[in-house]
Design a protein around this ligand. Sequence first.
Ligand code: FAD
Length: 281
Amino acid sequence: MAHPNPVISCEFFPPVDADALQRLQQTAERLQAIKPEYFSVTYGAGGTTQERTLATVFTLQEHSRIPVAPHLTCIGSTRSGVREILAHYQQRGINRLVALRGDLPSGTQSIGELRYANELVEFIRTSTGDYFHIEVAAYPEFHPQADSPERDLQHFQRKIQAGANAAITQYFFNADGYFRFLDDCQRLSIEIPIVPGIMPITNFRQLARFSDRCGAEIPRWLRQRLEHFGDDRAALCAFGEDVISALCQRLLEHGAPGLHFYSMNRADPTLAICRNLGLSA
Ligand code: FAD
């Protein structure tokens, strides 16, 4: 049954310079039309720095009414470093986090004092009690480094036992995999909301690169269609909007608690999908 009040959120990455940050503020302003519960800002993904995440979080917080949730990763970090960042966020009234392991930048060997996301969640809870609402990552198509689907699910469960409040999935194009994942979670009495991560389709090469890296499967029928558009960007975007709107519709109709958009710092693709779903103001 469709969720009566789906929770919408949008993810950004920290922009490279002041101009891009200004453009992101405009994007965030436009995205307020879909009444997001929060905006999230990635950390460390694609070689970005902690400083840029903090600067982006505080700028968005200053200029928008929507709460901002910084991502925080543990790989390569120390407990004292994480404690310091948590204190910064508490001082600024930020009370929502996305807690992740992160990936080791190539060439780096140090795993850090906290090795997995469950250890990070546990550390946040020990240091700050119930102050933060914590989201963690979930993988309906399983994490690329997982030993087995069962072990991956057990590791997911450990993050919830450590104190996570909700989860956001890696993006996917196969709704059945997500529903099966929800069934598996239900069997383990995992009851937190598991919000599907949604990747709007606007650029095939970029999507293929990301998907190879993070283990998201592009089904053959979709890959073939997208490849076929070649340089016809407008046709690809129109087709992508149609496919992703239909995916979201199906997810919401079958009980997904919300949608988390990997916005890639752009407003139009997410707004168009939400308009098709009747979710924009
Ligand atoms: P974990 O939950 O720790 O799992 C990682 C792997 O280790 C899995 O294979 C799991 O099965 C296994 N595992 C977990 N716990 C244990 C254990 N105790 N013992 C043995 N094995 C274990 N990356 C960034 O760098 N910055 C970001 O801002 C960012 N944002 C993201 C947002 C979302 C919504 C998602 C889905 C991913 C994001 N990522 C980000 C990518 C993420 O960091 C990578 O996918 C990373 O490889 C795994 O992170 P995790 O938190 O899921 O790790």
